[in-house]
Each structure stands twice: as structure tokens, then as C-alpha cells.
Design a protein around this ligand. Sequence first.
Ligand SMILES: C[S@@+](CC[C@H](N)C(=O)[O-])C[C@H]1O[C@@H](n2cnc3c(N)ncnc32)[C@H](O)[C@@H]1O
Length: 217
Amino acid sequence: MSTVDPPRYSPKVFDVTSEGEARSIILQGPTTGDTDERWRRETPWFGGLIQQALGVLPGSRVLDFGCGIGRLSKWLIDAVGCRVVGVDISAGMRRLAIDYVGSPRFTAVSYEDFRADPACGEGFDAAYAVYVLQHVERPDEDLPAIARGLRSGGRFLLANSSARWVPTTQGWGQDQFNVLALAGQSFVGIHGYVFPKEIAVLDDLDTETVINLYRRP
Ligand SMILES: C[S@@+](CC[C@H](N)C(=O)[O-])C[C@H]1O[C@@H](n2cnc3c(N)ncnc32)[C@H](O)[C@@H]1O
């Protein structure tokens, strides 16, 4: 009798060694041209939204949860001059982020260190997670940790697929978590944004992406 192993959580897909490899997993598309176009169109749009919705100022300390190679950290630091702490589960992403962001205002922190101290020392004025919480193993633990790291009243922007995309030993899977319901347990909802159709390079990206602004009670 043969036995089949059940799928297990495995974030190996995020173990990247080059910027090109990282970009293709961060903003996926059928071709590298689609990935590049997504990077070009979405980065300034999300960057501007994060800056405005979170009220980021030059003196702000901001958490970029699941920073990847620091696509949005770099935009924010270049535009505002704030400090950003990028947390990522992948050592490869964190290594690439240091070079990609290229600023002493950016620090990369491991997921383990973040979980041990969600304030990463001083605490955060604002936080965002873009295309991350759909992939994490424990959104029920990560969302409360993000809230704990924020000062009281601090804002959190969540951009997420409406579906779960959980990396497993057998490819992308689903699980029982409802990220939006969990976000509502740790934060107070302030506003929902529409992803403009003209920014969405791929069909349905605008309707499949949920963008919500919250504040820590
Ligand atoms: C689709 S990418 C998005 C990267 C970045 N937020 C952006 O928009 O450019 C998802 C990122 O989340 C990271 N990630 C996945 N699970 C994580 C976890 N539990 N904690 C922190 N980062 C995680 C991955 O390593 C990857 O860099």
C-alpha cells in the first residue's frame, strides 16, 4: 500500500538568489515583461498610497512586513526620507533588499527576530503588508504581532489577495484562515481602497486584490 504525504507549509519558493528571481516571485505574471510592467506601474501607486494613507513623515519609523527585496521600502525612503524596517522570512530576500534599497535608513530583520520582539526595538508609527499575508503560515499570530509592534493609534495598510496562496511542499495551497476576519480582530477598519483598473497589468488583479486601511486600537 502506498502512502501520500499531506502537503506541508514550505516557504522555499521565496529562497531566491538574484534580483530577477526575486522579482518574478514577488510580482508574478505569465512573462518577465508582465512582471516588469507590474513593478513599473504598481510600485509608485502603492508607494504613494502607503505614504498618504499611513501619513508617513520624514521622522516616521515604518514596518514593511514581508518586504521582499524592499520594492516599497525603497520607494518610501527615496520619497519621504523615513526609516523602514523590512521583515522577511527569506534570508535571500533580506540579503538582496540591503543592496536594492541601498540606504542606511533601511534595516532587514528576520521573521524569528520580529516574532521575538514585534516592536523591533523602538516600535513603529505605521506598518504595511503588501501581497504577504496571503502566503504566511500563521496569519492568526502575525496580525496580532504587527499590532503589538505599532504604537497605539498607529495605522496599518493591508493589500492582499482575496484568496489564500499558501506555499506548500506540493505547490500553492489553501487553508482555513480568513485574513480579513483576523485583521478585524487586531485592528479597527478605517477605509477600503479600490485597486484602479488602469494599474492592474493582469486580468482580475484589480478585483482579486483587497486593500484595507486599519488603525491599532
Ligand atoms: C509576494 S512577495 C511581496 C514582497 C513585497 N511585500 C512587495 O510587495 O514587493 C511575499 C514576501 O513575503 C515573504 N514572506 C512569506 N511568508 C512570510 C512570513 N511568515 N513572514 C515574513 N515574510 C514572509 C516572502 O519571503 C516574500 O518576500
